[in-house]
Design a protein around this ligand. Structure first.
Ligand code: GLV
Ligand code: MN
Ligand code: MN
Length: 417
């Protein structure tokens, strides 16, 4: 078996071990700050320590391990991905990038490669944003763009983000101290499963990301009037759920028929005080809209809002539209992508370029550092689903390409920014 396959086996073994840590039995759920999340994070920290990295947990809850260059004044090259998950997740989304990244650093140490930059491996704590509906909490802290107001946000149980940070040993007032200063970044590299079908359909193991789509997350609260399911005539109801249902279907129609580069998803629907014999009085739902074109995203957001207002007006329902988060598209660094393309060719694969519809921690980091991402093929592009699967040989391919990339980076003279 080739060296890359042996290393891929170790990466997969660790991915499996991390996947065994979950909030619920029989599935993988590790949302930010939960006991399972902390247990998983401790495992990753142990592995970083075993590799010889200097580790620490920062205030938001990222695990960070550093390998120092002989040059104390060197810049830092960050290799990272996330270890939080969606609910009932697959095992590769996030952990692949952290654990393949760890393998990459182990290889640097084993091969005694002299690195002219510090390397920092980061296991980000919240990329999915499932608990607080806000993405990139961990990477925002490292990029220095964490908005302190976010700490007032509450999860479904009413616990605030600030309280979770404190419970886990962090201090909201010190979050800014964890940022890497703009001038200290050399670059950022993330290995991640594609989460889409392009590489699978084209039978190619890895691809280069050129850009990451912009996204908008909104919370809508539809308030009607709860009532008796048996007594209130149909034409006298203010049914919040029926209103939300109409909105959901109209939003789907808008995204499909607009033929724009736009996707819209309502993934969360919460009926307040649900009962089979009560007309739903209040419904809260999420809305996730994405586009690689920021202008299309903004204008679509406005159009969908207007549509929601019209539907609510017609039905006598009150609407609260709350923008939770809006992120710009991220453009990957051309210089680093050139190295990545070269590394893919050297490994014997065709370089394919892709735009990511999924969000990644590279997005906030791109505001302060050049970023590059390597996508790895996953089975039929399935992700955010326990059926998510990556073949061992594709992990080996990603390792081979990433080794080449590091070797190129050691010789790389980045343009002055
Ligand atoms: C994260 O996976 C996202 O794209 O929402
Ligand atoms: Mn991810
Ligand atoms: Mn994800």
């Amino acid at each position: 078996m080739s060296d890359h396959l042996t290393r891929a086996e170790k990466v997969l073994q660790r991915i499996n071990e991390l996947a065994s840590v979950s909030e619920d039995d029989g599935c993988i759920t590790r949302t930010y700050g939960t006991r399972a999340f902390i247990e998983g994070r401790n495992k990753v920290e142990q592995w970083m320590k075993q590799a010889g990295l200097q580790t620490r947990t920062d205030n938001i809850g990222n695990i960070r391990g550093r390998l120092l260059s002989g040059n104390a004044d060197a810049k830092t090259f960050v290799i990272a991905s996330h270890i939080d998950t969606v609910i009932n997740a697959g095992k590769f989304d996030g952990p692949l990038g952290v654990l393949a990244g760890l393998d990459l650093i182990e290889q640097i140490i084993r091969s005694k490669t002299e690195i002219p930059f510090h390397v920092e491996l980061i296991a980000f704590c919240d990329e999915e944003g499932c608990r607080f509906h806000t993405t990139y909490l961990g990477s925002k802290a490292v990029a220095g763009s964490f908005d302190k107001q976010l700490s007032d946000k509450r999860d479904a149980a009413g616990i605030s983000l600030g309280e979770v940070i404190k419970q886990n040993g962090g201090d909201v007032n010190n979050l800014s101290k964890d940022a890497i200063a703009k001038e200290d970044w050399l670059g950022y590299f993330e290995i991640h499963i594609e989460q889409g079908p392009v590489l699978y359909e084209r039978n190619i193991p890895v691809g280069v990301v050129t850009a990451i789509a912009a996204q908008c997350r909104i919370e809508l609260i539809f308030t009607g009037e709860a009532g008796h399911a048996g007594t209130v005539p149909m034409d006298m109801r203010k049914d919040a759920l029926a209103c939300a249902a109409e909105f959901i279907l109209e939003t789907e129609k808008f995204a499909i028929t607009g033929k724009k580069k736009l996707v819209a998803t309502i993934g969360k629907l919460h009926i307040i005080n649900p009962a089979s014999n009560v007309i739903p009085g209040q419904v809260i739902c999420s809305l996730d809209i994405r586009s690689e074109d920021e202008n299309i995203l903004s204008s679509s957001c406005l159009a969908i809002k207007e549509m929601a207002e019209n539907i609510c007006k017609k039905r006598g329902i009150n609407l609260k539209w709350g923008l939770i988060q809006q992120t710009k598209p991220a453009i990957c660094d051309k210089g680093m992508n050139k190295l990545l393309v070269q590394s893919i060719k050297e490994a014997g694969f065709d370089p394919v370029e892709l735009v990511s519809g999924a969000g990644h921690d590279a997005v906030p980091v791109s505001e302060v550092s050049p970023v590059a991402m390597l996508f790895v093929r996953c089975f039929k592009g399935i992700s955010h689903n326990p059926l998510e699967e990556v073949e061992l040989k594709d992990i080996a391919a990603a390792i081979k390409v990433s080794d080449n990339f590091i070797q190129q980076l050691v010789k790389y003279k980045p343009p002055v920014r």
